[in-house]
Design a binder for this molecule. Structure first.
Ligand code: ACM
Length: 552
């Protein structure tokens, strides 16, 4: 037997491991696979992943084949829980509380097979793969274990998104929040408004580095997902038990849409016809006009979004993210149209106008059997009745929302914004924000101590957010995202103690095995020793903050 990973090197860490013993089960080209009812996604995934990586065909076989691999759903387990039993002389069995539980168990099995199991073709054909005799019992701490990818600031081509879905599955993450629209780009085809992508999906040039940087890239940047690209992404995610939550960010962060359809902007305040897709970074004053016409336009957008992202594609697929963040109110204050709207609606002011705007889409989505989620600014001016909140400006929004009986996803910028630099050293590429090391993310606690058990139940989970202003390609996204996403995955999945009591040394040791998996997957992570020469960006200005320590 060779090339096995000690079970304690699993990432994220499982709840319990009994064993391992020195005997075990060997997977060979003769090993058969029996897949019980409801386990088809895992059956397909195992054949494709292990068949490719290790040359194991996993032919169909009987349930009682000695030494065989068996997949089973057992509804008495919690939905995403699984039990992975490797029993000498008997075989390997993955039992899940649901199809998803079986799938997460299969991810653990791949980790037990060593780093070669993460490649796409066999590099040691004929090598027998042994798994030590052991019983692993496991279940997630949180239901929502997410990653937000900003594909608006820099477009990530479809293949890159599919790759990230595979990387998420390998870490037992189950929600991909796709930030599809922003000032700098509109990334989803909307048939009834073709200019959103014809005009809104590309920009003539791009600021290199943060806003204060004098550098420009004069290469046009753009791209969008066609309707079939989106269908493919959603289906690929569903096959991996990942829900895709689309974000259409309104009423701020909308200059790309305004560049395409100038009537969406505050044209009585600025010459919206002269606005182009934004080529630099920061908070943009050009926001949507708060009119009924704008509402109708975005109902049209969302009708197509609902069709492309069906509610039944995953447990969190009913959610649609409406943004709501950083909507500067200067233009609304200066606009006669906006002020008339405030008067007509009998509202107290611009904050209430934003709440009216967001509340409209909350009711609109609810009426269509969907659920709205938005950044914590949607709390301002009164929270829409059915809304869930992505708490990003610290914990406060999440605490307020949970106390008011709303669901919360904790993603405070002080802890889990992966665009922030991972080290204080001078070699970090385009350093942004706080220094947030692998250890900082590992010690992130999604549930603030002040919540009661009832309020805590409102915390659906957590996600890391990857904003891509200074990530111009996949390698830069990989560098910022990994290895910290592995720590976030363990925070979201594993039953970790309080932050101060977490065994970071043990995690770092397990990461030794995990880096070999990431190498095999071709992930351009930040090495523990610091950036490789080609991962540096000498001379490009970032926006470091020498800020106070994060509030827990
Ligand atoms: C955000 O970071 N503006 C949600």
């Amino acid at each position: 037997m060779t090339d096995v990973t000690p079970p304690t090197d699993l990432v994220p860490a499982p709840r319990s491991v009994e064993g391992p013993m020195s005997c075990g089960v060997e997977l060979t080209p003769e090993t058969t696979l029996w897949a019980g009812p409801g386990t088809e996604t895992t059956e397909r995934w195992l054949r494709s992943a292990l068949g490719g990586a290790l040359g194991l065909p996993l032919r169909p076989g009987p349930e009682d084949a000695p030494g065989g691999l068996r997949l089973r759903v057992d509804g008495t387990l919690a939905p995403e829980a699984y039990r992975l039993a490797v029993v000498t002389g008997w075989g390997v069995e993955i039992t899940g509380g649901s199809a998803a539980g079986v799938f997460w168990g299969a991810q653990t099995l791949r980790q037990l097979l060593g780093p070669d199991a993460f490649r796409r073709a066999p590099v040691r054909p004929g090598l027998t793969r042994g798994i030590p005799h052991q019983i692993i019992e496991d279940a997630p701490r949180f239901r929502w274990r997410g990653l937000m990818l900003d594909v608006a600031r820099h477009f990530m081509p479809k293949e890159g998104v599919l790759r990230y879905l595979d990387l998420m599955a390998a870490h037992k993450l189950n929600v991909l929040h796709l930030h599809l629209t922003d000032d700098q780009g509109w990334r989803v085809e909307i048939q009834r408004y073709p200019k959103l992508t014809e005009v809104g999906s590309w920009r003539a040039r791009t600021k290199v580095g943060h806003r204060a940087s004098p550098l420009w890239d004069d290469k046009p940047h753009g791209g969008h997902y066609t309707r079939d690209d989106i269908r493919e992404i959603v289906a690929y995610a569903a096959e991996r038990h990942i829900s895709v939550v689309p974000e259409i960010d309104v009423p701020g962060h909308s200059q790309a849409a305004i560049a395409a359809y100038p009537e969406l902007g505050n044209s009585d305040v600025v010459d919206t016809a002269s606005l182009a897709v934004w080529d630099t970074w920061g908070i943009n004053p050009n926001v949507l006009a708060p009119t009924d016409t704008t509402l109708r336009f975005f109902e049209g957008v969302l009708e197509e979004v609902l069709e492309l992202f069906p509610a039944d594609a995953g447990p969190f697929s009913p959610f649609v993210h409406i943004g709501g963040d950083e909507c500067v109110k200067d233009q609304w204050r200066a606009s006669d149209t906006a002020q008339k709207q405030i008067g007509n609606l009998g509202l107290a002011g611009e904050e209430a106008l934003q709440a009216w705007f967001i509340g409209h889409f909350d009711r609109w989505l609810t009426a269509r059997g969907r659920r709205m989620i938005g950044w914590d600014e949607i709390l301002e001016g009164g929270l829409a009745p059915g809304a869930a909140v992505s708490s990003w400006r610290g914990y406060a929004g999440g605490v307020t929302a949970a106390r008011a009986g709303h669901d919360v996803v904790m993603c405070p910028e002080q802890q889990v914004y992966l665009d922030h630099r991972q080290d204080a050293g001078p070699d970090e590429p385009v350093p942004i924000g706080y220094v947030r090391t692998l250890e900082d993310v590992y010690r992130f606690e999604p549930v603030p101590a002040e919540l009661t058990p009832q309020e805590t139940a409102r915390v659906l989970g957590t996600q890391a957010n990857v904003w891509t202003e200074v990530m111009e390609d996949q390698a830069r996204v990989d560098y910022q995202t990994f290895p910290r996403l592995a720590a976030l995955a363990e925070v979201a999945w594993s039953d970790l103690p309080a932050p101060a009591d977490r065994d970071f040394t043990g995690f770092e040791r397990r990461m030794g095995a995990h880096y070999r998996r990431l190498d095999a997957l071709g992930v351009a992570y930040r090495p523990p020793t610091g950036p490789l020469p080609w991962q540096r960006r000498p001379g490009v200005l970032g926006r470091p903050i020498d800020g106070p320590p994060p509030q827990r």
